[in-house]
Design a protein around this ligand. Structure first.
Ligand code: PMP
Length: 472
């Protein structure tokens, strides 16, 4: 066996040695859950760790091992796992009921907090997930403009509804010609009807000319443009300076509803507040529910007025647990304890992390770099700093096994990250954890050098010899 294969085998063996209870749980789960889990995006081989509990910024697996949580439920959490204010809010509300079959003041209390923080959010409504929130924002854009076509970003992830699962950077499905315009082919997830492509057009991220071109070639037909300010699943790529301002201008000129999907980027401020660009509609989820399911869509009061049931033909929006008291009580506690200081802490953790990962790669002599913004970070192998999903696909191509080994080794060392590369922290994460993590990341890459040399020689650089007397 080669040295590279040996390293890979040892990492896998150690993972299995450390997590026998998760292996047993995985086998048991396969009896009722296809693939032993319920979230395709976050599962991994040989089997995912099954968790028991969380405390602060750590989680414990079924074998009793603790892990530093550097993924924060894939960006959905910010407060750690047992924040006292959130526990109190949920416990109190639980005594009084979760959904009483009528509106409660918690709805406008939570809404007021959000609207005060996000100026473009004049009116809003609640649902239970980011998927629902973006689905409703698209529906609202279509209803308001009386037009059908949605422009979405190639690799943009907006949840799992049919309109969102066009070129959403997930595996499988069909790649088809875009029938509306002569544009590069789009990917449809299995089960998404081809007819969706009659009303969804995809363009590359960070390319405002591509949007201008679509709007010019489909005059009067585009209802909305939906975009994540940081392309999340598509590689953690921040919008280049000026990009979203250009989209703001182009959409305003053509009467197109601009939708910022800020389900992941709320932790940045949200992005629109930090960068002072106002979309017509926004979607939020995750953090604003304080650890419980929530979705929010809202924005311009005139557009949102379509949901007013007192209107002759209101937009019919229903959701049995939309605006439920438990999520709102937790969400209020979360918003009240997530202000400028907390966001700055997440930003500082993210900045230190990205600098540290870049330095770790240099130190280990492996070509790769960190990308992201504020408390959202990713690591990509290769020299290219991705600007869009095609760049991310190129950076990942043929490197799944390498990424898997990095991920498993980091777990073996007690650090939880996402296999696809996402790293997010909690407001209760200490800077020392990030510093420790980048050291472990460097040693992981060093350990993997024989493997990388064998399978990805293009990623190896000579490690410069230390200066005489320097400590490395
Ligand atoms: N939009 C974005 C930007 C997201 O990151 C996500 C979740 N990963 C969603 C929408 C979908 O949210 P949910 O999983 O709650 O449906």
């Amino acid at each position: 066996m080669s040295e590279g294969q040996d390293v890979a085998q040892k990492i896998n063996e150690r993972y299995r040695e450390l997590s026998p209870a998760s292996a047993t749980a995985f086998a048991a789960a396969a009896g009722s859950l296809p693939g032993g889990d319920t979230r395709t995006m976050i599962t991994y081989d040989p089997y995912p760790l099954y968790f028991n509990r969380g405390e602060g910024a750590r989680v414990q697996d079924l074998d009793g091992r603790w892990y530093h949580d550097l993924v924060a439920n894939y960006g959905a959490l910010t407060h750690g796992h047992n924040h006292p204010e959130l526990i109190r809010a949920v416990n109190d509300q639980m005594q009084r009921g979760t959904a009483l079959g009528g509106p409660s003041p918690l709805q406008y209390q939570h809404a007021d907090l959000l609207c005060a923080r996000v100026p473009a959010l004049e009116r809003l409504r609640y649902c239970n997930s980011g998927t629902e929130a973006t689905m409703w924002a698209l529906r609202a854009a279509r209803a308001f403009t009386g037009r059908d076509v949605i422009v979405k970003i190639d690799g943009g992830y907006h949840g799992t509804h049919d309109w969102g699962h066009v070129s959403a950077f997930i595996h499988g499905g069909k790649t088809l010609r875009q029938p509306l315009l002569d544009l590069p082919p789009a990917n449809l997830a299995p089960g998404v009807p081809e007819s969706v492509l009659m009303s969804v057009v995809t363009v590359p991220f960070n390319d405002a000319n591509a949007v201008a071109d679509v709007l010019a070639r489909l005059p009067g037909r585009v209802a909305g443009l939906i975009v994540e300010p940081v392309l999340g699943v598509g590689g953690g790529i921040p919008a280049r300076p000026g990009y979203l301002a250009e989209l703001r201008q182009l959409t305003a000129q053509e009467g197109v509803v601009l939708i910022f999907d800020e389900c992941a980027t709320f932790r940045l401020g949200p992005w629109q507040v930090k960068h002072n660009i106002e979309p017509d509609l926004s979607t939020f989820s995750k953090i604003v529910g304080g650890g419980l399911p929530i979705g929010v869509f809202g924005g311009n009061a005139e557009i949102m007025a379509m949901f007013d049931p007192a209107r002759p033909e209101p937009l019919y929006h229903a959701s049995a647990f939309g605006g439920n008291s438990l999520s709102l009580a937790a969400g209020i506690a979360a918003l009240e304890t997530f202000g400028g200081a907390e966001i700055s802490h997440l930003d500082a953790l993210g900045d230190t992390l990205r600098k540290g990962l870049d330095a770790a790669a240099r130190k280990a002599g492996v070509v790769g770099r960190a990308v992201g913004e504020g408390g959202l970070s990713y690591f990509h192998f290769g020299a290219v700093q991705p600007q869009n999903a095609s760049d991310t696909a190129a950076a990942r191509r043929g490197r799944d096994q390498l990424r898997a080994l990095v991920h498993l080794h980091l777990l073996n060392e007690g650090f939880l990250t996402a296999r696809h590369g996402l790293m997010c922290q909690h407001i209760v994460t200490d800077m020392s954890v990030v510093e420790e993590f980048v050291e472990v990341f460097a040693s992981t890459l060093r350990l993997l050098r024989p493997y990388i040399g064998q399978y990805h020689p293009d990623l190896l650089e000579d490690v410069p010899l230390p200066a005489p007397g320097a400590v490395r």
